[in-house]
Design a protein around this ligand. Structure first.
Ligand code: UD1
Length: 422
């Protein structure tokens, strides 16, 4: 397959309506959760993106039958008889480790390759392991593979996470639902995708309360009480936030439908602080701007704080604001690689440790740039839309990991963007 680039013609405005896809970070875990209910679960509103294809491969390798019909996906786990996920899959997508919790729940054991370091920081899994160990799981590492066993069964426990890690909360939840006794996870992650996962687990027979708060209580049920279910994935707040930034940076108005505005509370506060008008309904958000962009101070934090997955997009806004903005990255180390690409387009950014100091410039100029990760890639396309001249965005396989039909959606908003062979 030849590599592709996205060619963007600039000096453009985005305006109109766009439908949010289902949340990538939810759907991946909902697919893993299906392992706990023997039979065919149906998950709706699943985005058609390459990360979902990798999770389908992970499940198929375990023996599941995965079928897609548009955005509906059936995951039949009746004949799952394997419990290992090899490095070739974990190295393609780190979120493959989300099968660890449900495999332990289903088989009492699992073998999952250790994820390597990741471009956006060390991304350790120590909290996943500490959390699962408190439920009775024992781990060994053999030639890069994590081997989990439960010689004394799975039992409930009270656990306080050191940091509200999304992945650790999810892996613990998917084992705790079938542990003997009750589990309480304190300092649990509060991301909307966690609540979505708990809703699905509850429709499969689990007994979880408090999801959406930092204290989640689980009353363990026997594995045999878990059954398949039908569930609809929540809208993708990061994809939605990306289109809202597209509206904000070009003036808009851009309306995103299929998204719960509350999921984007802090991003909306920052859009308003930066001079945008934002209107919300039950499941839509509209952004527009008539005055200049104002600078802002933004710190990424676990939900409901400002999401790290919108940091690059807001760096683009800040780079065109009237004054100096400061962005502080608190969730991942090393998540400023994007800044160098934005500087190629003329942005004025100084990095110091986990702070970025962004002095707004009058305009950006088109140039060849590379996607350093999926959010950076999507943002570089937006930067190209507002820049003067042509921008060519390379390494767009990153964008395909998390954005369904990104070019088509942008074209419908009036962008002049096109995929081409490199
Ligand atoms: C998920 C999201 C990702 C998002 C992130 C934070 C998916 C597939 N990905 O990633 O898009 O940016 O939440 O909202 O859902 N950490 C440890 N030890 C651990 C676990 C985490 O040190 O055991 C650290 C990580 O290195 C990172 C921070 O905690 O610096 C946050 O990680 P976590 O919340 O676990 O994010 P992910 O689940 O990997």
């Amino acid at each position: 397959m030849s590599k592709e680039v996205i060619v963007v013609r600039g000096n453009n405005t985005l305006a109109g309506e766009v439908q949010a896809s289902g949340a990538k970070n939810s759907a991946l875990k909902l697919m893993a959760a299906a392992l706990l209910g023997q039979g065919a679960s149906v998950i709706r509103n699943v985005p058609d993106i390459s990360d979902i294809a990798v999770m389908s491969e992970v499940l198929q390798r375990l023996g599941a039958v995965v079928d897609r019909d548009g955005h509906a996906m059936s995951v039949d786990t009746s004949n799952v008889d394997k419990f290992d996920t090899p490095y070739e899959l974990v190295s393609k997508m780190r979120a493959s480790i989300s099968v660890l919790g449900p495999l332990i729940g289903r088989f009492g054991k699992a073998m999952v390759a250790m994820p390597g370091g990741c471009q956006i920081g060390a991304r350790k899994i120590d909290m996943h392991l500490v959390g699962l160990e408190s439920l009775g799981v024992e781990f060994e590492v053999d030639h890069g593979t994590l081997i989990a066993s439960t010689p004394h069964g799975l039992h409930g426990a009270n656990v306080t996470l050191e940091f509200p890690s999304v992945g650790a909360t999810e892996n613990m939840l998917m084992a705790a639902v079938v542990a003997e006794g009750d589990t309480v996870i304190e300092n649990a992650a509060r991301e909307p995708e966690i609540a979505d996962l708990c809703e699905m687990l509850n429709s499969m027979g689990a007994r979880i309360e408090g999801h959406g708060s930092s204290s989640i209580r689980v009353e363990g049920v026997p594995l045999g009480d878990m059954h398949p279910c039908e569930h609809t994935t929540v809208g993708d707040r990061v994809e939605s936030g990306t289109f809202l930034v597209g509206g904000a940076v070009t003036g808009g108005p851009v309306t995103v439908r299929g998204i719960t505005p509350d999921f984007l509370r802090m991003a909306i506060v920052k859009l308003q602080a930066m001079g945008c008008d934002v209107e919300c309904g039950d499941d839509w958000i509209t952004v527009s701007r008539s005055g200049p962009l104002k600078p802002a101070d933004i710190q990424t934090l676990p939900h409901p704080g400002f999401p790290t997955d919108l940091q690059a997009q807001f760096m683009l806004l800040a780079s065109l604001a009237d004054g100096m903005s400061i962005i502080t990255e608190n969730v991942f180390e090393n998540r400023f690689m994007f800044a160098a690409e934005l500087m190629r387009l003329g942005a004025d950014i100084a990095l110091e440790d986990h702070h970025a100091f962004i002095r707004g410039v009058k305009g950006l100029e088109g140039a060849p740039v590379s996607s350093t990760d999926l959010r950076a890639g999507a943002t570089l396309v937006l930067a190209g839309i507002v820049a003067d001249g042509h921008t060519v965005v390379h390494d767009i396989h990153h964008i395909d990991r998390g954005y369904e039909n990104y070019c088509e959606k942008l074209q419908a908003l009036g962008a002049d963007v096109e995929r081409r062979a490199e």
